[in-house]
Structures are given as structure tokens and as C-alpha cells.
Write a new protein. Sequence first.
Length: 105
Amino acid sequence: LSKSVQRTEEGQLVLGTPIYIAPEIYIMEGRNEAYLQPLDCWSAGILMYYMLSGEFPYVEPNLADKIQTAQLGFEGDRWSYVAYETKDLIRKLLDKNPEQRLTAQ
């Protein structure tokens, strides 16, 4: 996977592939916080969504805005064969609130 280097509005350095970056990274407001497990779980949710549908749930333009504001959807024929439990797992991995997000613990 390619990496990208970006800065938040507050000038904080963000490393990673933008499509996999959790919403809280975009709104860290200059705080110096460690990357925690919920970030990895967000990325796992993005990867699962892509593997099952062939599409990313949030895409450019304005990727950061979409990640923070758009609703997660499972519309279309691609999702008709996917079990409710699988979609629920993805929903929990892609919860925008890191405190509510499913983790590996």
C-alpha cells in the first residue's frame, strides 16, 4: 500500500493511506496522542468493506469530510449475498466514535 503524508488543519503530520485513515485522525486538533487500537480496527473495517464489495465506502473528492459525515451504506446487489452479521461487524468496525468502535480486545 502506498503511503501519503498530509497535515491536518492544525499542522499535525498524518502518515498513511488516506482511504484507510480513521476519522479521529482528521480531527485531532493538534493533540499529541498515540495511535491506538481503534485506528487499526477502522482500517480493518475499510478493508473488509472493500473485499466484499470491490468499492471503498468513502472516496475522493473531499475524503476527510465524507469519512466524518457520510453514512455507511450497504446498498446494491453486491451486498445482497452478505450476511447481516457480517455487515453488522463492518458497521461496528467503522463506528466514527473511537470509544464505541469494536476493538480486538
